[in-house]
Design a protein around this ligand. Structure first.
Ligand code: SF4
Length: 322
C-alpha cells in the first residue's frame, strides 16, 4: 500500500501542511487501508525537500511495517506509475494498473479521510486546498495560503475572499495545479478533486503563430490551445511528446519525467511555421526543449508560466546542464 504524498504540482502545499500538522493521522489512515486490503507493507512516498513533514512522519511512526521513500523534486513525480517506479523499481506499461506491481496507490489526503471515516464516523464532506496567486495587496506571505477542511460546495469566489480577495487584475482562475488545472470561474463550487485555486498573472502578448508541444502528464491539447488563445497566438502546429501514448481516450506517459528527446518535435513545429513554442512538458523535457528551441530561434512559453509568475516562482525552463 503506497501513499502518494509527492504533492507534485508546484505551488500546491496543502498535503504537506496536513502531514506536518497531523502525521499520526496519515499513518493511522495508511494502517487502516493496509488492514482492509491485507497489505503487508506500507510506504509513504514523499519528496525529500519536505524536511519538516519527513521528520514529523519519522517521529510519529511506530509501525515496523510502514516506511518512507524519499523522492527527487521533479514533475511529474506524483504520477502513479512514477511513484511505483521510485518505490518498487518497476516501470509499468501505460495500460497497467498498480496491481500489476502488487501495489495499491492512494493519495495522502484520501488516507487521512479514511482515518476520519473509520475512527470518527465523519463522511467525506471537506477538502484541503491551496489558494494562491493574485491576491489583493500582493503581499508575499499571502500569495500561497493553505485551507484545511473546506466544505465541498463552497464557491471559488468565497475561497479567494477568505484569502484576502482577488487582485484587481489577473489572467485566469485555475482549479487544480499549474500543470493539470483547468480554467474555472468565481461561481464554480469546490468539488472533491479541488486541490488548488490559483489566480494567475495576466497573459503577455504572444507571437502571431505558435507551435504546441503536449505532455501526457500536463495540460491536454484543448487546454494548451486555450492558453495559446489567451496569448493571442494562432496555433500552427501540435506535437505530442513521443512518450505520450493514447490509452482509452487520454494520454499516458511511458516513463514519466524521463525525457526521450524533444529536438525532432521542436523542429517539426518550426517547420509548421511556429515563431515560438508553447510547451506543457515535465521538468526533464522542458530542460531538453530549452537546449534546442532557442538555438532554432524559437522563444519558449510554458503552460504553467502565468500561475508561477503570480507567486514569484522560477519558471519551468532550464533546470540543469545537459
Ligand atoms: S516524458 Fe514526455 S509525456 Fe512523459 S512526462 Fe515528460 S513531457 Fe510528459
Amino acid at each position: 500500500m503506497i501513499i502518494n504524498a509527492a504533492e507534485c504540482e508546484p505551488i500546491l502545499s496543502h498535503n504537506i501542511e496536513r502531514i506536518r500538522q497531523k502525521p499520526e493521522q496519515l499513518l493511522r489512515g495508511l494502517r487502516i487501508a493496509m488492514d482492509v486490503v491485507h497489505a503487508t507493507k506500507g510506504v509513504i512516498a514523499i519528496k525529500e525537500k519536505h524536511t519538516e513533514a519527513v521528520k514529523a512522519l519519522r517521529e510519529a511512526n511506530k509501525d515496523p511495517d510502514i516506511s518512507l521513500t524519499l523522492l527527487e523534486d521533479m514533475y511529474p513525480m506524483g504520477e502513479e506509475r512514477a511513484i511505483i517506479r521510485e518505490v518498487l523499481g518497476k516501470l509499468l506499461k501505460v495500460t497497467d494498473l498498480p496491481l500489476a506491481a502488487d501495489a495499491i496507490v492512494t493519495n495522502a489526503e484520501t488516507a487521512c479521510r479514511i482515518q476520519e471515516a473509520v475512527d470518527e464516523h465523519k463522511p467525506f464532506i471537506d477538502k484541503d486546498m491551496t489558494v494562491a496567486g493574485k491576491i489583493a495587496g500582493n503581499e508575499q506571505d499571502k500569495l500561497i495560503q493553505v485551507f484545511l477542511d473546506v466544505p465541498l460546495g463552497t464557491k471559488v469566489s468565497a475561497m479567494f475572499e477568505k484569502a484576502g480577495g482577488l487582485g484587481d487584475s489577473y489572467g485566469e482562475l485555475i482549479m487544480g495545479g499549474p500543470f493539470t488545472g483547468k480554467r474555472t470561474s468565481p461561481d464554480a463550487p469546490v468539488i472533491k478533486t479541488t486541490g488548488g485555486l490559483i489566480a494567475t498573472e495576466c497573459f503577455p502578448k504572444g507571437p502571431e503563430k505558435i507551435g504546441v508541444l503536449v505532455c501526457a502528464c500536463s495540460a491536454c491539447q484543448e487546454r494548451m490551445e486555450q492558453i495559446a488563445a489567451s496569448l493571442g497566438s494562432e496555433v500552427v502546429g501540435v506535437e505530442k511528446c513521443k512518450q505520450a501514448k493514447e490509452v482509452k481516450g487520454s494520454l499516458k506517459c511511458e516513463n514519466p519525467g524521463r525525457c526521450p528527446g524533444q529536438v525532432q518535435k521542436v523542429m517539426a513545429l518550426k517547420k509548421a511555421g511556429a515563431q515560438a513554442v508553447l510547451i506543457g512538458n515535465c521538468t526533464d523535457c522542458s530542460n531538453t526543449v530549452m537546449s534546442c528551441a532557442p538555438q532554432l530561434g524559437l522563444p519558449v512559453y510554458h503552460s504553467t508560466d502565468a500561475a508561477l509568475r503570480a507567486v514569484n516562482f522560477h519558471l519551468i525552463r532550464k533546470i540543469k546542464n545537459r
